[in-house]
Design a protein around this ligand. Sequence first.
Ligand code: NAP
Length: 213
Amino acid sequence: MKVLIIGAHGKVGHLLIGELQSRNIDFVAGLRSQEQIKAYNENNIETQFIDLTASLDNIKDSIEASGADVIVFTAGAGGAGSDLTLEIDLDGAIKTMMVAEAIGIKRYIMVSSVFSDNRSKWDASGIKPYMIAKHYADDHLRGSNLDYTIIHPGSLTNEDGTGKIKLLNSNEVDSIPRVDVARALALIIQNPSTIGKEYTFASGDQPEEEIFR
Ligand code: NAP
């Protein structure tokens, strides 16, 4: 197994690298600048250039060259505006799904968000374009032939992790440290029983190992 982390320079992506290293899971860090690639290579991390605004062909070349058979999508425009949210969180994500299907990478794990599937929450969220982008990217993934898992974590924090979470319903939100999201991703990568499932969660009392198994 080899995991391509799309968004490996992001906060969750960075923590996921640590989780995969500690579990001896092979991975390649998907990065979008030569400076990042140089820095990661200096730390003996395998890298692959991938820019989600690039053409479908370019993204196909990048994903093929990574040699991965699992994709984790944890990239995002991150408040850079609605246009980029559309281009990265929606079209960028869907381009990687199209490529995965075209070249036969079956396993695809998406970091989505709470409320992406609950329209009644979008107006008050203050980030409606992001919710829309996440909603339709998730929907595309559900309709694909990929072995998907979608996680919908609550508000991300940089607190220390607890390794414990609670499942939420689609009307609820709470916070969760990014490191516990990274741990969830690592467990999901290791457990095929999570294929075809979606998890909405925040910090809680239940060990993550009991949920993602
Ligand atoms: P982050 O730190 O902003 O990381 C996002 C990553 O996406 C960055 O590494 C960024 O690259 C990369 N990226 C942006 N544009 C790109 C492009 N054109 N091509 C390739 N990569 C690109 O985000 P995070 O806090 O780790 O969040 C991870 C995921 O959780 C995101 O998908 C986010 O939508 C989702 N989420 C967030 C929240 C929240 O409360 N913030 C809640 C639920 C879910 P650079 O480092 O080069 O900028």
